[in-house]
Design a protein around this ligand. Structure first.
Ligand SMILES: *Cc1c(COP(=O)(O)O)cnc(C)c1O
Length: 380
């Protein structure tokens, strides 16, 4: 049976695994899940066709059934035409847009709502740039727990309708996700609902880490050399970096060289790129964040230190591109592959192209690009 506790990512504070914890009360930094039981071998992977096939390495109690809608197990597409145009050995696109509610937020919310249900919370509340709210609405409905979502008025209309269609209370906010976060936190405090904000609870990371296991399994238990990830709050990147270490320690991986993690952001909201260029260990909030890739409109991510640490440890980098570059790369990605790419996926391709042009992708590179959402969510 899997047992875990929570450990602060910045100080030595720990908390029980069954605690209703948010961030570390001592230093305000996120908690991460640490497993007390031995990380099992690959044989523990279940015959099950969603991300819970990795339940043995996820926070799930022995007799517990996950709150699941068929998240994960998304396709990874080998795209030789992109490898050729980038001048590298291989390019794969991991298409997360076909998850329930059209983004990889489903993975995080499946894990987090499973734990929140275990804590018997009265309700779930979250700020969102869009897709997290849609995923939370879906998983809250699946678990029978009421949901309240705070979203910027500028969120793509299809995503707002999805949130409402799934029965969540939707509050529109004049501002960005940071402003929505303040409202969500005060509602949570007042009504004793559970705050599901990125990294204010430790389990969305665990759900998103399954992307890291999955790409490795899909590539035949081999790691790519580079992962380009469109980064907002950073949960996916932090989660993948975490699970690569867990898999390495448990002997799941043949090769020991971990991939370089590459942050892709938009010029109009690039707090991690600016911090990385300055060699800083944390990011300052970005004033007036603007980008049509709404998942990337996160001016002050709580996971900034963890994202920057993963970049440093992996020998990765961070780069941003213009709105025009995102639009044209989204179009190229779609017509070249048949994937209905989201602007965030276009951002990943545009950043890969700019790194290749600057000589930062060697000719033997094997690159995984993440398309994190569905283009359909962004059309009105
Ligand atoms: C949330 C989101 C992102 C950013 O994800 P993080 O893991 O929070 O960095 C990227 N793309 C899409 C489509 C999203 O919904």
């Amino acid at each position: 049976m899997t047992q875990w506790h929570l450990a602060c990512s910045a100080c030595s504070n720990t908390e029980r695994g069954d605690a209703r914890a948010t961030v570390c009360p001592r230093c305000g930094q996120p908690y991460l899940v640490r497993y007390d039981t031995v990380f099992p071998s690959r044989d523990a992977i279940r015959t099950r066709w969603d991300m819970w096939r990795y339940a043995a390495v996820l926070p799930l109690g022995e007799f517990e059934t996950p709150v699941s809608l068929g998240e994960g197990l998304t396709p990874i597409h080998d795209v030789p035409a992109l490898a050729e145009s980038l001048g590298v050995a291989g390019v794969w696109v991991k298409d997360e847009g076909i998850n329930p509610t059209g983004s990889f937020k489903a993975r995080g919310m499946s894990a987090a709502v499973t734990r929140a249900r275990g804590l018997n919370v009265a309700g779930l509340v979250a700020p969102t740039a869009g897709n997290a709210g849609a995923a939370l609405a879906a998983y809250g409905a699946a678990a029978g727990i009421p949901v309240r979502v705070y979203a910027p008025r500028t969120t793509p209309p299809v995503i707002l309708s999805t949130i409402a269609a799934l029965g969540a209370e939707l509050e529109l906010v004049d501002g960005h996700i940071g402003d929505a976060g303040r409202l969500a936190r005060s509602f949570a405090a007042e009504h004793d609902w559970f705050d599901m904000s990125t990294l204010r609870e430790p389990y969305r990371i665990e759900g998103k880490k399954t992307m890291g296991i999955e790409i490795v399994e899909q590539l035949g238990w081999r790691l790519p050399t580079h992962i380009v990830y469109p980064t907002g709050g950073g949960t996916g990147l932090i989660g993948m970096w975490k699970v690569f270490h867990e898999m390495c320690d448990a002997g799941w991986l043949a090769d020991a060289a971990l991939p370089r993690m590459i942050v892709a952001q938009a010029d109009g909201c690039a707090p991690i790129v600016r911090a990385w260029q300055a060699g800083a260990d944390h990011a300052e909030p970005w004033a007036n964040p603007v980008t049509h890739a709404s998942g990337l409109r996160v001016p002050g991510p709580l996971g900034d230190r963890l994202i920057l640490r993963a970049l440093r440890e992996s020998g990765g980098r961070a780069a941003s591109v213009s709105e025009a570059a995102i639009r044209s790369a989204t179009h190229r990605l779609a017509v070249l592959t048949g994937i209905d790419a989201a602007p965030e996926g276009g951002c990943a391709l545009a950043v890969a192209e700019s790194l290749a042009a600057d000589g930062h992708l060697p000719s033997d590179a094997e690159v995984v690009l993440f398309n994190t959402g569905s283009g359909a969510s962004y059309r009105s």
